[in-house]
Write a protein that binds this ligand. Structure first.
Ligand SMILES: Cc1ncc(COP(=O)(O)O)c(C=O)c1O
Length: 424
């Protein structure tokens, strides 16, 4: 019997939902202001040794936005994260509770300290699950690190409570979450140290870069010593401090940011609140229009959280579409011209990565303090990852047409999924 479907999908030769050239999402928007600021900085200075100029301006503005005392720009989010772990004096034998589902650089720099990452499964939104944290606390636990995945704040009430109760350091990776709020508090204002990547598509971006914030003076001095030797250490570490004498060499690494990157990021920072407002409107629209559609599960949002919508990630539910494999569903989306739909690849559960299965060939310290994760250890995160489909959330009002097209395209595929069941 011949089957009739409502609309012919582009995968089968039907007309594409989007016929415009890709990419439809380019970030950050290279505005006239960014061009001007970059050129100005190019003539001012392309190398800054201390806390002055564009570094001083960015760090002051960023710290003020978050209401925190000390800010330190770095050349990447990864080096800012390394600085965070070194500053807190984590060491061999310590345990640090970490999300299993995050970009790996949240955790990999920890391996240089010799501390053991104790991975934790996730909640409905892909964030570290507070119930799992509690189960993993031992006498050796020194810290909990969280990532606000895809810009959705973690359940900070519970996490802050456990950390206080067990006297653990709380560290935040806010690389997806510039300007996100939990119960009206900015994420990045909860942790003893918080870090942000300022790389590529991040909401506040300099192309490459990172920043950390803390209120703890001693942590701050250590972050200076780790990667900002000589002038900046001499400028900021008091002469009577026990570490001042190390100022020239510090600990010997160089994590200094590039002034041109910071000039770009500063322009982004000036627009952050405006962009967040547009992103929140677009995300609400997407969720509203797709609510109740069979085959996908949208993020679970309470009134307490205001995500930054770095991206909107939904979970594909094949059981609601007669077990249509995600690979075919995804192929149909792409065929519709919706090139920005993405299945995140390297942002995967860490237990699936060779470094977390067998770290000792690269980090011999873990021969003495072994750990080994394997596939199947974190069923919730693995299921989330396998079924995650991500779309960018546009931040400029002029992009409303893209939002509408993406809603239209995914609805078309969902409404006509039966035709895809015929693909073997
Ligand atoms: C959650 C998270 N943490 C850390 C990083 C690392 O930042 P960077 O690429 O600036 O080193 C990223 C980068 O994508 C990230 O997504």
């Amino acid at each position: 019997m011949k089957k009739h479907f409502k609309e012919k999908l582009a995968l089968f030769g039907g007309s594409k939902t989007v016929n415009l050239p890709s990419p439809r999402f380019v970030w950050p928007p290279i505005t006239k202001n960014i061009e001007k600021a970059t050129l100005q900085q190019l003539h001012r200075s392309i190398s800054i040794y201390d806390r002055s100029g564009i570094f001083l301006e960015f760090e002051s503005k960023f710290a003020k936005y978050y209401g925190r005392k000390y800010a330190l720009l770095c050349n990447s989010g990864t080096t800012a994260i390394h600085s965070m772990y070194v500053a807190t004096r984590l060491k061999e034998g310590d345990e640090v509770i970490c999300p299993v589902y995050t970009f790996f650089a949240t955790v990999t720099p920890l391996l240089f300290t010799g501390a053991k990452p104790i991975l934790c499964d996730i909640d409905e939104n892909g964030n570290i699950d507070p119930k799992e944290i509690e189960k993993k606390i031992t006498k050796r636990t020194k810290a909990v690190v969280v990532t606000h995945m895809w810009g959705i704040p973690c359940q900070m009430d519970k996490i802050v409570y456990f950390c206080k109760r067990h006297k653990l350091l709380l560290l935040e990776d806010c690389s997806h979450a510039h300007g996100a709020r939990y119960k009206n508090h900015l994420v990045g204002s909860f942790g003893d140290i918080a870090v942000w990547s300022l790389q590529g598509p991040k909401i506040v971006s300099g192309g490459e870069g990172g920043i950390l914030l803390t209120d703890n003076k001693e942590f701050y001095y250590r972050t200076l010593l780790l990667g900002h030797y000589n002038k900046r250490c001499q400028q900021e570490i008091p002469k009577n401090h026990k570490f001042y004498k190390y100022s020239v060499t510090g600990m010997g690494l160089k994590y200094r940011a590039h002034p041109l990157a910071v000039a770009i990021a500063l322009e982004c920072l000036k627009n952050l609140d405006k962009w967040l407002q547009v992103k929140r409107n677009f995300a609400s629209k997407i969720i509203d229009k797709l609510k109740g559609c069979k085959g996908i599960k949208l993020p679970d949002l309470s009134k307490e959280i205001e995500p930054s919508w770095y991206a909107l990630v939904f979970k594909y539910k094949k059981d609601e579409l007669e077990n249509l494999p995600i690979e075919i569903f995804y192929k149909a989306l792409i065929a519709e011209g919706l090139a920005e739909f993405d299945r995140p690849g390297s942002t995967c559960p860490l237990n699936l990565l060779p470094l977390f299965k067998n770290p000792s060939p690269l980090f011999p310290i873990y021969k003495k303090h072994p750990f080994s994760y394997k596939k199947g250890d974190f069923p919730k995160a693995e299921d989330f990852y396998k079924n995650a489909i991500k779309i960018p959330v546009w931040a400029l009002k002029k992009d409303e047409k893209n939002v509408n097209l993406y809603i239209k395209g995914i609805k078309k595929v969902l409404n006509n999924y039966k035709s895809l069941l015929l693909i073997k």
